[in-house]
Design a protein around this ligand. Structure first.
Ligand code: PA5
Length: 424
């Protein structure tokens, strides 16, 4: 079966073969360091084995709860922020899960009262279930959302609310965990050694995605296949990590993920957190940005083509898009489109992609192309693991700890001081 592929031919001209060979050796060494468990942040390597872990009991429990949620609710409100929601949203959108049974609504990822009011309007006359996801159990955004929505659940369902509230938390600590234990909500655990942005293949992602109808076995199988691929010398993860680090050293300090399916917009958001939070520290790191083409060619295209030359792109190419439609032959050419009559829209999208890559490369923007045969559970699972593994290797090349996020505390400290939180 054709799998995930990386194409670096559109980087030729920006670095030579010897530079690539040297960087590949470095990346290979960093992959070995990662696998040895002796690198920085080695107490957070639990994500590495998630796809191949024997966790049948937990999977069974997740599927039972997912089936219960499906029977209870039209909407599952998933409360969480950062790593506690971006992966779920990325996969939910990529698989078009909202077209099926229980739909996921997202909350606790902002402090906007408007967002909360609008959500409450949407769920007013609907059957709902609540899933609160917080590893620390103390993050302000999900904590406020949980307080408000839990109240609404009790108003709506009385004691039965307890049967409709689920949680994914740390095993031993945090306010959310304490509330769940006291109230007797169904609770799943985020393993201690898995950080938020690497947690989508734990119950953080698996529970809501299964409830929304995703085939989580296939998602894990895809990630598992990529796990095995990553353990081969010179694999695509190593090539990606090497290429982006050569470019970084040459002054290409911004990486733009470009997707050509709007359903992958949130995949870009998930990827930005993964790379931004893992690498952006000690005054170092590639700045991750994302665009959805061709829409953003009409907003960001000008800058990418002719702006500051510190950009490179990583293009996600889906060989067989989820759906397609023919451009009709209407028998006339008043719109000047007769030359496209009888062609599929995806054909035009593909040509737009190839043309954009050519134009951007000529404009001085190296392009890395990562292709996948399909946008299904198996392949999305592969892509998730691909980027996680490459991120860890890349962070080690940069000589940072890719598993911590000390900088996130700064805004919280100042916000708590200004809000008058006791003890701050
Ligand atoms: O990657 C991370 O660790 C963060 O993005 C967290 O996921 C995010 O801050 C939410 O934290 P918590 O799950 O503790 O509420």
């Amino acid at each position: 079966m054709n799998g995930l592929k990386i194409d670096l031919t559109k980087c030729t001209g920006f670095f030579n073969e010897i530079e690539m060979e040297d960087e590949l050796k470095l990346a290979d060494g960093m992959a070995k360091l990662l696998v040895s468990g002796k690198g920085k942040g080695n107490d957070f390597l639990g994500w590495m084995n998630l796809p191949i872990k024997e966790n049948n009991e937990e999977l069974k429990h997740i599927k039972e709860c997912a089936a219960k949620i499906q029977s209870q609710a039209e909407y599952l409100i998933n409360i969480g922020i950062g790593g506690s929601y971006l992966g779920v949203k990325a996969i939910d959108d990529a698989l078009y899960l909202a077209d099926n049974g229980t739909k996921i609504l997202y909350s606790g990822n902002s402090l906007s009262g408007t967002d909360m009011r609008r959500l409450i309007e949407i769920i007013r006359n609907k059957d709902i279930a609540l899933n609160v996801v917080s590893k620390s159990g103390t993050t302000t955004e999900p904590a406020i959302a949980f307080r408000i929505l839990k109240d609404i659940m009790y108003d709506k369902y009385g004691k039965e609310a307890k049967e409709r509230i689920y949680a994914v938390t740390d095993e031993n600590r945090g306010a959310v965990k304490d509330i769940c234990d006291r109230e007797g909500y169904e609770r799943f655990v985020i393993p201690n050694d898995v950080g938020g942005r690497y947690s989508v293949l734990t119950p953080v992602g698996l529970l809501p995605l299964a409830a929304a109808g995703a085939d989580i076995d296939s998602l894990l199988n895809g990630a598992g296949a990529q796990y095995h691929a990553c353990n081969k010398e010179g694999n695509s993860c190593i090539q990606y990590a090497a290429a982006r680090n050569i470019l970084y050293k040459k002054g290409f300090t911004t990486e733009i993920m470009a997707v050509y399916e709007s359903s992958l917009r949130f995949f870009g958001e998930w990827w930005k957190q993964l790379y931004g939070e893992s690498e952006g520290k000690e005054n170092k790191g590639i700045f991750p940005a994302s665009v959805v083409f061709s829409a953003d060619l009409h907003s960001m295209g000008q800058y990418i083509q002719q702006g500051l030359r510190n950009l490179y792109e990583t293009v996600i190419l889906i060989e067989e898009a989820p759906m397609d439609i023919l451009i009709p032959d209407t028998g006339g050419d008043e719109d000047g489109l007769e030359y496209l009559a009888g062609k599929n829209m995806n054909y035009v999208n593909r040509i737009a992609m190839e043309a954009t890559v050519n134009a951007h490369v000529s404009g001085g923007v190296p392009n890395i192309i990562i292709s996948l045969p399909k946008q299904d559970e198996y392949n999305i699972g592969k892509m998730i693991y691909f980027f996680e593994y490459a991120c860890a290797v890349s962070g080690y090349i940069l000589d940072v700890n890719p598993f911590d996020q000390p900088g996130v505390e700064a805004y919280k400290k100042e916000m708590f001081r200004m809000l008058g939180k006791p003890g701050n």
